[in-house]
Design a protein around this ligand. Structure first.
Ligand code: 5CA
Length: 437
């Protein structure tokens, strides 16, 4: 993509309404535009990051054996009356009437909707377990939407649901998501720590929230320092095998958010306890028959008798992750995207558009990067070098390749790694091989 044609409304101003760094940087980097409180449009750069995150989430759900569906954003109130949540959910639920005066709502989550689908089509235990997910916009009329996309009113969530014959089956499903979540966040360059959690309005008696550590996190968290040594990407899990040992390794160490942490009962010695702030990027729940019972979701069991299915639900804040990743990875000059979620991999800077040799080398590199299927944003604008460097640092692409008239005379360029800022001059073809790496 040529920057001269790209819609990238960057700004030097620090937006006064933004209280935290990710919100400031997302506005300054032209990633989002507020529509109303807690509701945003995604501009091209932001949208690319969102899509990258979404596709990592999708790959890991698929790998765990979960199947993708797409349910509507607007749901009939009738479903929520069946589960009893229509009245319980309160003011956070956006209630709508259609032209026939029927009660509808903008879904804050989809337990009822998916249970209805399950109930309509699955009648036998032989078709269990079933793991289904979708990636869809949600609406929660939060009292205090804030921190940009981190606590929005409209936000993109991946929500998955599991259906099993009994408790043991449900625990096996729960473990699959537990492991898939560790991998999902690690692939995004994040250290996410599973913590025992309250299950709130979703209900249930087994629940973990996945918190990433960042200074601006909403909750205070406490965990064993050894968590920092774990790497979920070291082994490729077999989702058909027993995942208990793997999950036990992660749950054997202490980790709790402040609502669950009691300093008097904490088993970790002070010198091994990490006290930090966390951002909740995922939350998983086992809630048994909370929805299947009132909604009548049952199958014929192996003994021929009907059995109410056991369910769990598993959420990831896809749009929140964009902000959370920036919170975890930025410096004074701007965003520092981890490779896997960067909206483009390379920023190619032409320092002197109009200069024949510089143009020739930069254009040639641009074409070769495109041919190699490397996402590249090519700054071909007629702008001062300083402004180009500042914009490129602000939007935080992992690699920068700088082509100037001096180097162009000998076919060499400067390459810069955004993380750490290391620069090196080298022949253009070497630079190409380096960023392809
Ligand atoms: N039905 C369950 C799981 S499928 C559920 O709704 N869980 S949740 O309430 O914990 O939300 C799942 C994830 O969505 C959270 O971990 C968080 O990362 C994200 N999320 C929740 N509320 C917001 C919000 N207001 N803005 C942005 N992301 C949010």
């Amino acid at each position: 993509m040529r920057l001269s044609q790209y819609f990238l409304p960057t700004s030097k101003e620090t937006p006064s309404e933004a209280q935290i760094v990710s919100h400031r940087l997302m506005l300054r980097a032209g990633m989002i535009r507020q529509s109303s409180a807690g509701i945003y449009s995604w501009l091209p750069l932001g949208f690319r990051a969102l899509k990258k995150i979404e596709s990592i989430v999708r790959e890991e759900e698929d790998a765990a054996g979960c199947q993708e569906v797409l349910m509507p954003t607007i749901q009939p109130a009738e479903l929520w009356k069946q589960s009893g949540r229509y009245d319980d959910y309160g003011a956070e639920m956006l209630r709508i009437k259609d032209r026939h005066d029927r009660d509808m709502l903008y879904g804050p989550t989809n337990e009822e909707q998916i249970t209805e689908i399950f109930k309509a089509h699955i009648r036998s235990y032989k078709h269990l377990p079933k793991l289904l997910y979708h990636i869809q916009w949600k609406f929660r009329d939060e009292v205090r939407p804030r921190f940009g996309v981190m606590r929005g009113r409209e936000f993109l969530m991946k929500d998955a649901y599991s259906f099993d014959l009994d408790y043991d089956g449900a625990v096996r499903s729960y473990r699959k998501f537990f492991v898939a979540y560790l991998r999902t966040f690690a692939r995004m360059g994040l250290k996410a720590i599973p913590m025992q959690a309250e299950s709130g309005p979703i209900g249930g008696d087994m629940s973990h929230e996945f918190q990433i550590l960042a200074d601006t996190g909403e909750s205070k968290v406490f965990c064993h320092k050894d968590f920092l040594k774990f790497d979920p990407l070291q082994t490729d899990p077999d989702y058909n095998a027993d995942l208990k040992p793997l999950v036990n390794r992660w749950t054997s160490l202490y980790a709790a958010a402040d609502d669950k942490h009691d300093p008097k009962k904490c088993p970790v010695p002070a010198d091994q306890l990490l006290e930090a702030r966390g951002i909740e990027v995922g939350h998983i729940f086992y809630f048994g028959t909370k929805y299947s019972q009132p909604m009548g979701a049952q199958v014929d069991g192996p003994d021929g008798k009907p059995a109410i299915v056991h369910m769990g639900s598993y959420g990831i804040g896809v749009s929140r992750l964009v902000g959370a990743i920036i919170e975890a990875s930025h410096d004074d000059s701007g965003i520092v995207w981890p490779d896997a979620v960067a909206p483009f991999r390379v920023g190619l800077i032409n320092l002197k558009p109009g200069d024949t040799k510089t143009d020739a080398l930069a254009n040639d590199l641009y074409v070769k990067l495109l041919q190699a299927k490397i996402d590249v944003l090519y700054d071909d604008r007629d702008e001062r070098a300083g402004a180009k460097f500042a914009d490129m640092d602000l939007i935080g692409l992992p690699w920068q390749i700088v082509v100037g008239p001096r180097g162009a005379a000998t076919g060499s360029v400067e390459i810069k790694r955004r993380k750490g800022g290391e620069r090196q001059e080298m022949p253009a073809d070497k630079a190409l091989a380096r960023v392809a790496g």
